[in-house]
Design a protein around this ligand. Structure first.
Ligand code: NDP
Length: 814
């Protein structure tokens, strides 16, 4: 194999005929060069419907990775540019909202059409700016980007009927990476506009051109000024955007490290946040798979877009009995891959985005070699002009090796073997990430048994790297939270209409329980048996199905209406929280239960609560000073709420998306596993039940912190739990000072999601501390719901937060 990639450039037709090598098949770049020239190879920001000079007057070069040549100068945005763009987006918002669903749908449709009309220009600009093969920009990036606008033109049209009771969040700040510049723009801009929001988008420093071209197309279709704003620049521009106080939502795609810093920077600001981060996705091949098909799958998984794909299949897990055969075929295939200039239509692999990324890949590959892993690279050499890296395979890698754990974001795959499906699942889940997974087997039973066990937002069966606007995309674990695409993606840009009108808690309502910081002398209860002292009835914590004394053995006084002592509650600490999380983590039985089984338990809880209704009413009266009628109402509403979620348990089901690639795509609502719930101070029984019941209904194991001031309404539930067939560890309760416990839960890495209903400050702590493992949070920013109102207190909003959507792609046809 002497003629590969760019080295074939000089071959004459006669030579090609005699060797039968590929000749070059270059796509003309004149259309893109003309466009750049029309702009004088220099671009300002796109703000308020026109291109503007950056306030600082600073520009930087964007280059073609295929030969390191400069394509254009682009504005470096700073805080002042960002402020101008946010102001333009804010100004445009009311008119854009008033335009209504149909008006917005027309614009989205026009954008989709216009993108299609300019598909070739877009494809060439993208290939030049990114260095990826034109074949990919032409056949995937651009058509899929247009498809997102078509799909979301549909959601815009259906907004009022399909998202009744919801409204747009407002001004959205969006930050995208360089690997799929136009596609990531469309994943962010299309749903934002469809939901009635306006946008400020920052493309990546390395790839700003397709976003600027898109802005021009938006102007041509007459998109109202200020609805879309593009501010170019590097990470500092991104940080300035995140820091702007005028935003209502931040959407980010990029590295986990920057995602984590954005989580911290936005904590407590009342913003909606979605993060689509890194991955180290498994590609699992079982021994009955079509091995040739699987080899082509690996090519698509890790050499598509030079492996610079967040969901790249970068860990090859092969069943031992076929590992050698697969590896031999893969090596043979690697020899035949073609690497070269992005505009050559017959290349498979283009250039790496930038020298910094190339060095990262080289460093990690060197580390793999230094650690003694066998490394294969094809015999042909890569072009010398630009920033190229050859396809690379590491064999027999230990699952703990750096190259098996760290995202390389380049054309490098590591392989390891397994013997049983259980081992495959264990290896697949041995990662802090959880974006995607690919499963190869001819046995559909095996595939559909394994898919739900994989901790990943997308599972592709016998396919990989397929995407569609109708199917949500997003991660588990440190791959982030939130989805892009589909119905679930729309919710990322909407909020319930009642939320802005909710009242704020008064400081009195939020005050910590009196005496919580002091040891309690105790309450002397009167004895029912004359002559004998009362038996101590101080409740304990509820952990792993058992009542447990708190670690510190401390209790605090529970003071009812008028300062009267009602009893004591255990003062849980960080160790108790850890024990509770561990119990929840271990208790898989509840998650494995069927939806019908969970419904039965929830009905049983309701039944047992109703048997004890008078006791709970008495307790509520003592705790809150409620009169008899109000106490009865709270108990009755709590029973009804349990009935609601028993009803929902087997009805909040997923959907099947008719994606266009001969696929059924199963969108499954999966539980978070361990969900932490911090209940509100008010309505101590109903508020608690309103949060714990939906979490349980969806199969989560719950660690709950009840109202600090009135915890006894929840501790009285232990006996209800114990007599209702709820498996040990499904619900764990730790009482104490709410915000302290919330902080510990937010930091805990085994908690995957957390809900907090309390103060604004507490909401901020939960959001900030959740950055460690990037758990999904749902907090109230100090706003008070009416738990009796069925719109505010129950329903799909709760169920949506109690689940995450996994899309399983199952192809059909021979
Ligand atoms: P980043 O996460 O740094 O970049 C993503 C986007 O965020 C870019 O627009 C970037 O701007 C911007 N940005 C950078 N710093 C900040 C900040 N502090 N606040 C707000 N925005 C910021 O990824 P890189 O491009 O640096 O790539 C580094 C690694 O990240 C890769 O090697 C890869 O492992 C991973 N990655 C993952 C992606 C994914 O899709 N999951 C995509 C890209 C990278 P700018 O580019 O101009 O600096």
């Amino acid at each position: 194999m002497s003629v590969k990639g760019s080295s074939s450039k000089g071959a004459s037709v006669r030579e090609i005929f005699s060797t039968m090598e590929y000749g070059p098949a270059p796509e003309a770049d004149d259309v893109a060069r003309d466009w750049l020239k029309r702009h004088g190879n220099r671009f300002g920001h796109y703000i308020g419907g026109r291109f503007t000079e950056p306030v600082s007057g600073e520009y930087f070069a964007t280059q073609h990775p295929g030969d390191a040549s400069e394509l254009a100068q682009v504005a470096q945005g700073d805080e002042a540019d960002v402020a101008a763009a946010v102001a333009a987006a804010k100004e445009a918002l009311p008119a854009w909202q008033q335009l209504g669903p149909h008006g917005r749908a027309r614009y989205l449709y026009a954008l989709a059409r216009h993108m299609q009309k300019h598909a070739r220009l877009l494809a060439v600009v993208e290939a030049l700016d990114n260095g990826k093969p034109i074949r990919e920009t032409r056949d995937l990036d651009v058509p899929l980007a247009a498809r997102h606008f078509y799909h979301h033109a549909g959601w815009a049209q259906l907004l009022e009927s399909e998202f009744a009771g919801y409204e747009g969040v407002g001004v959205c700040g969006q930050i995208i990476p360089w690997n799929f510049p136009l596609l990531m723009l469309s994943w962010k801009v299309a749903p934002a506009l469809a939901a009635g929001n306006t946008v400020v988008l920052k493309p990546a420093e390395f790839t700003p051109l397709s976003a600027l071209l898109f802005a021009e197309l938006a102007s041509e279709v007459g998109l109202p000024a200020g609805v879309l704003n593009i501010v170019t620049g590097d990470g500092r521009t991104g940080a300035a955007l995140v820091g702007n106080e005028g935003l209502d939502k931040v959407a980010f795609t990029g590295s986990t490290e920057v995602g984590r810093s954005i989580r911290k920077a936005t904590a407590g600001r009342g913003l909606k946040l979605s993060l689509e981060l890194g991955g180290k996705s498994p590609f699992i091949v079982f021994d009955d798979a079509d091995i040739d098909g699987a080899v082509e799958g690996v090519v698509d998984a890790i050499w598509f877009n030079q492996g610079q794909v967040c969901c790249a299949g970068s860990r090859l897990l092969v069943q031992e009995s076929v590992a050698q055969r697969l590896e031999a075929k893969l090596i043979e295939r690697m020899e035949k891959l073609r690497e070269g200039p992005s505009l050559d239509k017959s290349i498979d692999i283009g250039a790496i985005i930038a020298p910094v990324q190339l060095s990262k890949i080289e460093r990690l590959v060197q580390q793999g070699r230094d650690e003694g892993y066998a490394c294969f690279q094809p015999s042909w050499s890569v072009p010398k002009d630009g920033w190229y890296y050859p396809p690379t395979l590491f064999s027999n890698v230990s699952p703990a090796a750096t190259i098996a754990q760290e995202e390389i974001f380049g054309p490098v795959i590591v392989s390891m073997t397994f013997r049983t499906p259980e081992e495959a699942v264990e290896l697949a889940n041995d990662s802090r990430y959880g974006l995607a997974a690919s499963v190869w087997t001819e046995n559909v039973n095996l595939a559909l048994d394994v898919a739900p066990k994989l901790k990943a937002g997308v599972v592709w069966v016998n396919c990989t790297n397929v995407f569609d606007a109708a199917a949500g995309f997003g991660g588990y674990r440190e791959s982030g939270f939130g989805r892009e695409g589909g119905r679930e993606g729309m919710y990322e840009y909407l909020k319930p209409s009642f939320v802005p009108g909710l009242p704020k808690y008064s400081s009195e309502e939020l005050a910590a329980p009196a005496g919580a910081d002091e040891l309690d002398a105790g309450v002397r209860e009167s004895s029912a048996t004359p002559g004998l002292p009362a038996i101590d009835r101080t409740p304990k914590l509820f952990i792993g199905g058992k009542q447990k004394r708190p670690d510190g053995n401390y209790v605090y006084p529970v003071v009812g209406e008028g300062g009267k002592r009602v009893g004591q509650a255990p003062l849980g600490n960080r160790k108790d929280v850890r024990d509770a999380v561990e119990a929840a983590d271990k208790s898989a039985a509840w998650t494995k239960n069927t939806a019908h089984g969970r419904a039965q338990v929830l009905y049983y809880l309701a039944e047992n609560l109703s048997l004890r209704a008078p006791e709970f009413e008495e307790r509520l009266r003592a705790l809150t000073g409620a009169d008899r009628k109000a106490a009865e109402r709270e108990v009755h509403a709590s029973i009804a709420r349990l009935f609601s979620y028993a009803a929902w348990a087997d009805k909040y089901d997923g959907s099947v998306h008719p994606t266009p690639m001969r696929n059924v795509t199963l969108a499954m609502n999966e539980p978070w596993d361990v969900l932490a719930v911090v209940a509100p101070e008010e309505a101590p029984l109903l508020g608690f039940v309103s949060l714990v019941a939906p979490a349980l209904a969806m199969g989560n194991r719950v660690v709950a912190v009840p109202s600090s001031k009135a915890p006894l309404a929840a501790t009285d539930l232990y006996q209800v739990f114990e007599t209702s067939d709820l498996p040990a560890g499904a619900v764990n309760i730790v009482t104490g000072v709410k915000d302290e416990l919330a902080g510990v839960l937010a930091k805990h890495d085994a908690v995957q999601a957390m809900w907090y209903f309390g103060s604004r400050e507490g909401s901020e702590v939960v959001e900030r501390e959740s950055a460690g493992n990037l758990k999904a949070t749902w907090v109230n920013f100090g706003r008070k719901r009416d738990w009796y109102d069925p719109v505010q207190g129950e329903g799909r909003e709760f169920l949506r937060h109690a689940t995450r959507v996994k899309n399983i792609w199952v192809p059909y046809g021979e």
